[in-house]
Design a protein around this ligand. Structure first.
Ligand SMILES: C[S@@+](CC[C@H](N)C(=O)[O-])C[C@H]1O[C@@H](n2cnc3c(N)ncnc32)[C@H](O)[C@@H]1O
Length: 205
């Protein structure tokens, strides 16, 4: 039996499943660079074939048995040591909000083919609990920078503890130039869930 913890409304199981579906399209040799990884809870839960491609970037991240490293404090440090990867998948899980800019800067510096992001953007807000303002602008109009939303899942839920209706989003964006009608048909989906409960934990047997 394993316990799947809830992660601000989505379970870590859902996020992990979404990441796995997204990265299966990409070549095994392409690095998955998680910027602002923190303690890398989600990343460490991924299956070994995905985990071995993960590069952690965060001033507080540390190597672990699941993701042995090396770990980079910033994207600039990663680039200094490795040069710019030909292509990469950028993972942004719950990036810092408001005036934080490391999320949009990671897009600019790494020029990823794929971006997988987990964030929050309640309607009417120009910045939510996760994702900097400039990054939210990008996500609101990814076409302007040559990206397309290929798949997404989102939850809307109310809690008595927090500010009413929240919108939690998992999104997978891909460079438009890399997509054809087949991959759009194969991967494109949107899932909308509504949950009245307060941050449920779910148990998988
Ligand atoms: C809100 S936390 C999210 C951590 C983790 N992804 C999670 O979901 O628990 C934001 C993280 O961004 C990191 N961070 C702040 N500035 C950064 C930068 N310039 N480059 C990379 N990471 C940064 C912080 O150290 C922190 O761990």
């Amino acid at each position: 039996m394993s316990i799947v913890h809830s992660y601000s409304g989505f379970s870590s199981f859902t996020i992990s499943a979404f990441i796995q579906r997204a990265v299966q399209r990409t070549d095994q040799s392409v690095p998955i660079i998680s910027v602002g990884a923190g303690t890398a809870e989600i990343e460490r839960d991924l299956p070994p074939n995905v985990r071995q491609r993960i590069v952690l970037v965060d001033p507080v991240s540390e190597p672990s048995s699941e993701i042995p490293g090396p770990v980079y404090s910033t994207v600039s440090n990663y680039l200094k040591k490795n040069g710019k990867p030909e292509s990469c998948v950028l993972l942004l899980i719950w990036p810092s909000p408001e005036d934080s800019t490391y999320d949009i800067e990671a897009v600019e510096q790494l020029d990823p083919d794929d971006i997988i992001v987990y964030y929050e953007n309640p309607p009417g807000w120009n910045s939510g609990a996760a994702g900097g303002r400039l990054f939210h602008q990008f996500l609101g109009n990814p076409q302007a920078r040559g990206y397309e939303l290929l798949a997404n899942e989102w939850h809307q839920y109310r809690t008595e503890r927090s500010w009413g209706t929240k919108y939690l989003k998992l999104e997978w964006l891909v460079k438009t130039a890399l997509l054809d009608e087949n991959s759009r048909k194969h991967y494109q989906h949107g899932f909308y869930g509504f949950d009245n409960n307060t941050e449920p934990d779910c148990v998988v047997m």
